[in-house]
Design a protein around this ligand. Structure first.
Ligand SMILES: NC(=O)c1ccc[n+]([C@@H]2O[C@H](COP(=O)([O-])OP(=O)(O)OC[C@H]3O[C@@H](n4cnc5c(N)ncnc54)[C@H](OP(=O)(O)O)[C@@H]3O)[C@@H](O)[C@H]2O)c1
Length: 304
């Protein structure tokens, strides 16, 4: 059984949604003391922190003096400057876990800054939502210290998976997942405002969107849409031009639809429908994409 004394002291930089919900879950697992560095150290932040057994600090020095593992939970665009500041205080033996949504190059640079101080850097790709799963939200971790981080966090029952490779690897996986997640958010917002302008209830469209996927395992949604997009690209692209015009005249800027037409146009160049049956199974998408790269090499078409 884990000894209570072996639990690392945890610190957080940035007191946003992720920090709050992670601390809430960690506290329940017996974590303590918890420290949080925030630029907004007013009474309401203190009360909120106290509600999850955490102590607010405005001092970088105090944060690092009181923590063995420090999570950076700010925003992607300030991840690097946050790591730069942290590097001034971090010491050998401490772990800096950067869970910001930042690109691999940022994580690699941050890793070099922290490592130069003899401390350990962990690139955390936060895949799950702490607001739903608190500290058990799925995290991919990479970098030389990733396995040690997972071991140190063991007592808290977290959901940490190793992404083999250097710092930046977890961020790369996160960035790829984000292509889907963020575009889907953009598509759904575009659908909603277009439906409103068209005078159609979004609720009347919901089933029309999910029905084609009935009976397909959820994780194969991607394979289904790749197969449909790659093999029917030519026809779909031609038809969707008119739809772009239609929504434009309805005072919608169909930005997502326009991008989809461009992506389908590029896919159509590979004429994949000549090599695969349009009824190809969604499980065959790997073969379709491999063939796209082969045709690209044979015919000098850039896959990009
Ligand atoms: N929310 C999620 O479920 C989720 C999932 C995956 C990844 N992430 C990533 O996790 C990180 C934290 O997300 P979050 O949802 O907690 O964000 P958030 O609620 O917006 O909070 C981020 C915190 O960052 C600090 N911050 C914001 N702008 C800053 C600036 N210019 N300089 C310094 N600090 C600044 C603020 O802390 P103070 O005001 O307290 O100083 C703020 O509370 C982000 O990088 C996000 O992309 C979040």
């Amino acid at each position: 059984m884990e000894n209570r004394m072996e639990m690392p002291r945890l610190g957080f930089i940035g007191f946003g949604e992720v920090t709050y919900y992670m601390m809430k879950g960690l506290r329940r697992e017996g974590a303590g003391p918890l420290s949080v560095l925030t630029r907004r150290a007013g009474p309401s932040s203190r009360v909120k922190a106290a509600s999850v057994g955490a102590v607010i600090t405005e001092s970088w020095e105090d944060l690092f003096a009181n923590s063995d593992v420090v999570f950076s939970a700010v925003r992607g665009h300030v991840a690097l400057e946050t790591a730069e500041k942290a590097a001034a205080y971090i010491r050998r033996g401490q772990i800096y876990a950067d869970l910001n949504n930042a690109v691999p190059a940022v994580k690699r640079t941050a890793s070099a800054l922290i490592s130069a101080k003899g401390a350990a850097f962990v690139d955390v790709g936060l895949m799950g939502l702490p607001i739903q799963h608190e500290h058990k939200a799925l995290m991919y971790v990479s970098g030389a210290a990733a396995a040690d981080f997972r071991r140190r966090m063991d007592p808290f029952g977290m959901n940490i998976r190793l992404a083999p490779g250097e710092a930046g690897q977890a961020a790369k996986i996160k960035a790829l997942v984000n292509i889907y997640m963020k575009c889907l958010q953009g598509v759904c917002l575009e659908l909603a405002i277009s439906a409103r302008r068209a005078g159609v209830e979004l609720s009347d469209l919901e089933r029309l969107i999910t029905d084609p996927l009935a009976g397909i395992p959820r994780e194969k949604d991607v394979g289904f849409w790749i197969t449909r997009g790659a093999l029917l690209a030519e026809r779909k692209e031609a038809e969707m031009h008119d739809a772009v015009d239609m929504f434009t005249t309805m005072q919608i800027d169909p930005v997502m639809l326009t991008a989809a037409v461009e992506r389908l146009k590029r896919a159509a160049d590979f004429q994949l429908q000549n090599e695969f049956d349009p009824s190809a199974l969604y499980t065959d998408y790997e073969k379709i994409i491999s063939r796209m790269f082969d045709i690209g090499a044979e015919k000098g078409i850039d896959v990009r």
